[in-house]
Design a protein around this ligand. Structure first.
Ligand SMILES: [Zn+2]
Ligand SMILES: [Zn+2]
Length: 155
């Protein structure tokens, strides 16, 4: 239990232990994102993320570094060891997502979605029964992403 009396439902942190976090409600919308931005941000071949409402999340040790990978979102990482820790769109109601691999018990998460499948590598074959969605597939997503300025280097 933390100082404000809340009991974590899920906890996690970086590989060196300098940054720790907690969720105080069950994790939602666990997904992988195959988009090029998530590949670049994690250095992996997809990002695996699970999240919750911002009020149900707290950093519980240390302070992460942040990189605004675009004009719409920030990604947190440990400034000491480099572990990718989170992704959040800047809108207030957007879920706070943390990397599934940084959770203390990643196997408790059940994957419900795959995003960014337009960039999925041809040899990445897993969870083939998990529903798929392309980036900006819906009109709502197209409108949200229309003004996005990407800050990542493209090589
Ligand atoms: Zn660290
Ligand atoms: Zn992505």
């Amino acid at each position: 239990m933390t100082a404000d009396g809340r009991t974590p439902v899920a906890t996690g942190g970086c590989q060196c232990g300098a940054v720790r976090y907690a969720f105080y409600a069950p994790l939602e919308n666990a997904h992988v994102c195959h988009c090029r931005m998530c590949q670049r941000a994690t250095g992996g071949v997809f990002a695996a993320l699970a999240g919750g409402q911002p009020e149900n999340f707290a950093w519980t040790r240390g302070t992460p570094g942040y990189y605004a990978s675009s004009s719409l979102a920030k990604r947190a990482f440990c400034a000491t060891c480099g572990t990718p820790l989170s992704f959040k769109y800047d809108t207030p109601a957007a879920r706070m997502y943390t990397t599934i691999g940084s959770l203390d018990e990643p196997d408790r998460v059940e994957l419900v979605k795959q995003y960014g499948i337009e960039s999925r590598l041809s040899w990445v074959k897993f969870c083939e029964a998990v529903p798929e969605e392309r980036t900006a597939e819906s009109a709502q997503a197209q409108e949200f992403l229309a003004g996005m300025q990407i800050h990542q280097s493209r090589g």
